[in-house]
Design a binder for this molecule. Structure first.
Ligand code: TRP
Length: 332
């Protein structure tokens, strides 16, 4: 039997998980868990490149884990862990810093964006963020990295770093490929459908959270931006708001665009927005309820992340030992 390929992905616990995180990432992770050897990580070390409130970071990390499990990620089938619990990430991160060029890091668009947004805290970690991400990926000899299109550049840099390292020392790292899902990859903001749905839309109702209450979800959908036309019709160029709502409705219900157009033919936007809201409420309800239940069981959660860290560390140690040997560190 052919050995399963390895997948690694992670989400920063720097904000609440959104409908976009679920449809664009976690739902796909669940679908991949049978076929691949999967590592899914809560990247708290990346999160601190932007200042966090300690109690919030801790709460969100555990909530994120509960939401992973509630979404269908089975901790017995895939490895779920917290990045800071596996110190090999920091260790390999440092080593890879020494094989990553200043110029390469300077060109990263996420660094440029985040520096503009956090002008008073352009710290070294924000700059070397991509080499820590490369360490995350390379420690597990990852074949595929499911990410949103905004992370493609980081995976490309990871490939460059790994290729450079292998070029000097022989085959140490598997060269990973980005894996960018087609559907659901880009769920846009409900209030500003030009932009990806993100935590920064929190205040204006453009963003839906997995843990949000049904009434609030309905309120956000009723206020979603549409256009001055009246037809529910897919047109990603000229009808961005409606097309985004159609994509959401489509992934939530499994219906195609043609079918949705027929369903709402002659029925106005009000009806349509309420239907999308209800579909999302029902999609998220079981996940939220299960996550709330899991969160109350602290010892279960602790068992999951401890076992996850142990499984991850066993693999990570193997790679790190190989790296140490290649670069000339005296064995411990
Ligand atoms: N940079 C990713 C993001 O912001 C999170 C991340 C960190 C990640 N390490 C990773 C994603 C490794 C995939 C693989 O979305």
């Amino acid at each position: 039997m052919e050995e399963k390929k390895t997948i690694f992905s992670g989400i920063q616990p720097s904000g609440e998980l959104t409908l976009g995180s679920y449809l664009g990432a976690i739902k796909n992770w669940v679908a991949l868990a049978d076929e691949y050897n999967c590592f899914y990580c809560m990247v708290d070390m990346h999160a601190i490149t932007v200042r966090q409130t300690p109690a919030e970071l801790r709460r969100r990390t555990l909530e994120q884990l509960a939401q992973y499990i509630a979404s269908g990620l089975d901790p017995d089938k895939c490895t779920l862990f917290i990045q800071s619990h596996v110190p090999q990430h920091a260790e390999l991160g440092w080593i890879l810093d020494c094989y990553t060029m200043f110029g390469e890091l300077s060109r990263m668009t996420q660094f440029k964006d985040k520096s503009a947004k956090n002008a008073d805290n352009i710290n070294a970690g924000l700059f070397t963020y991509p080499s820590l991400m490369a360490a995350d990926i390379l420690l597990y000899q990852t074949d595929l990295v499911p990410v949103g299109s905004d992370q493609k550049q980081h995976v490309e840099l990871t490939r460059d770093i790994a290729t450079r390292f292998n070029g000097i020392y022989g085959d140490v790292f598997t060269i990973p490929e980005p894996y960018i899902p087609k559907i659901g990859a880009r769920i846009m903001s409900l209030t500003n459908p030009e932009n990806k749905m993100s935590k920064s839309d929190k205040d204006n109702g453009g963003c839906i959270y997995i843990m949000q209450q049904p009434e609030e979800i309905m309120r956000c959908f009723k206020r979603a931006v549409t256009d001055s036309d009246t037809a529910v019709r897919y047109d990603a160029e000229n009808k961005k708001g409606i097309s985004n709502l159609m994509s959401i409705y489509s992934v939530a219900t499994g219906r195609g665009f043609d079918e949705i157009e027929r369903e709402f033919d002659g029925r106005g936007y009000g009806d349509f927005k309420a239907a999308v809201g209800e579909a999302v409420v029902e999609l998220l309800r079981p996940i939220r309820e299960e996550a709330e239940r899991i969160l109350k069981d602290k010892s279960y959660l602790e068992g999951v992340y401890k076992a996850g860290a142990e499984k991850a560390a066993a693999v990570a140690c193997r790679t790190l030992r190989k790296v140490h040997k290649k670069i000339g560190f005296v064995p411990r």
